[in-house]
Design a protein around this ligand. Structure first.
Ligand SMILES: Nc1ncnc2c1ncn2[C@@H]1O[C@H](COP(=O)(O)OP(=O)(O)OP(=O)(O)O)[C@@H](O)[C@H]1O
Ligand SMILES: [Mg+2]
Length: 337
């Protein structure tokens, strides 16, 4: 097996082995790398590993999310600007390419760049030079460029939205991360890893995944890939009451998708639904009032987040509290939806 720092990337599937082997070969070079894959497949982890296994390791690693910066600011963000270049340019500003000098720049979501900026990136790749916005002189940099996208850039090229010459320049070394559903071996491995991390964080014994649950997790298509699996394991680490995760601990959404009937959650003594807790509930759980109330609150918070797919406004509305109150409560419990 190749000897590289995996930077926390977990996986033993055939495709990940290939990723590690390409990483080992290209990390020491200055070649441009394009990492592709659906959202949540681990593109950023791979790019960081690439930098930390390169000879640029001690130098800056500068990520730029091209999709998150407003289009009209992106050029000055990347290349910097001179004082007076535009209305709000009250002082000279260094761009990210200059900040990355000697190191690596990570152009994330490169598919979002508009055509004029694509030309400028192409020039940096080819000539290693650019002009700050409003500058008359040229700046030279020694920067390795690594890009990532969840778009199909070849299709974007065919539709005229992405320059073919830039695509070929970026795609010198392609690394593709397949969706998690195609890495069945890794689903359980990663699931156990995340359970371990979250249970340890919450100082509870590490939960075990029952055989049936492992089968169901392997069947679920994980549209949000590893990110979804990670969030899911965090919720389980809070919500699951016994030491073994059973099918009825899984959210209805997963059970429905894999074609299992949604089981009755808790056997109800009262057909009308609600049962007031009694002191015997506290005794049985060996909890005081505060812990009990905290736990109830936490469960409701998580259920609301699940039902609203993590949209905080909606979750707050479901709970009948203000968004700011919800955020405060989540922060107190270190829950990241
Ligand atoms: N193989 C892996 N081992 C451990 N953790 C992983 C792995 N792949 C992804 N993750 C974790 O999953 C989450 C999403 O990964 P990452 O941000 O790298 O995905 P991405 O492909 O860049 O997603 P997006 O396209 O949405 O930006 C992160 O928390 C990351 O640490
Ligand atoms: Mg990313």
């Amino acid at each position: 097996m190749t000897d590289i720092d995996r930077g926390g990337i977990i996986g033993q599937s055939h495709c990940l082995q290939q990723v590690f082997s390409v990483l080992a070969k290209v990390s020491p070079t200055d070649s441009t790398v394009l990492v592709t894959g659906e959202s949540g497949t681990g593109k950023e982890l791979v790019v960081r590993a690439l930098h930390s296994n390169s000879k640029r390791k001690g130098k800056p690693f500068v990520p730029v999310n091209c999709g998150a910066i407003p289009k009209d600011l992106l050029e000055s963000e990347l290349f910097g600007h001179e004082k007076g270049a535009f209305t709000h340019a009250i002082r000279t500003r260094t761009g990210r390419f200059e900040l990355a000098d000697g190191g690596t720049i990570f152009l994330d979501e490169i598919g979002e760049l508009d055509l004029p900026l694509q030309v400028k990136i192409l020039r940096v790749i080819q000539e290693k030079e650019f002009e700050r916005v409003g500058a008359t002189s040229t700046t030279r940099v020694d920067v390795r460029i690594v890009a990532a996208t969840n778009r199909d850039l070849e299709a974007e090229v065919a539709q005229g939205r992405f320059r073919e010459d830039l695509f070929y320049r970026l795609n010198v070394i392609p690394i593709h991360l397949p969706p998690l559903r195609e890495r069945e071996d890794d689903i359980i491995l990663l699931g156990k890893h995340f359970l371990n991390v979250f249970c340890t964080q919450k100082m509870r014994p590490v939960l075990r995944l029952s055989r049936k649950v492992q089968d169901l997790l392997a069947l679920y298509p994980w549209p949000g890939n590893v990110r979804e699996l990670e969030n899911f394991m965090e919720r389980i680490s809070i919500l699951c009451e016994s030491d073994d995760v059973m099918p009825d601990d899984l959210p209805a959404k997963i059970l429905q998708v894999v074609g299992m009937d949604v089981p009755e959650r808790t056997p109800k003594k009262n057909v009308n639904g609600f049962e007031w807790p009694t002191l015997s509930d506290l005794r049985a759980r060996d909890q005081g009032l505060k812990d009990f109330m905290d736990e109830i609150e936490e469960r409701l918070l998580i259920e609301a987040l699940q039902e609203s797919h993590g949209v905080k406004n909606q979750a707050a509305e479901l709970l009948g509290i203000k968004r700011t109150t919800l955020i405060e409560k989540l922060k107190k419990r270190s829950i990241n939806p």
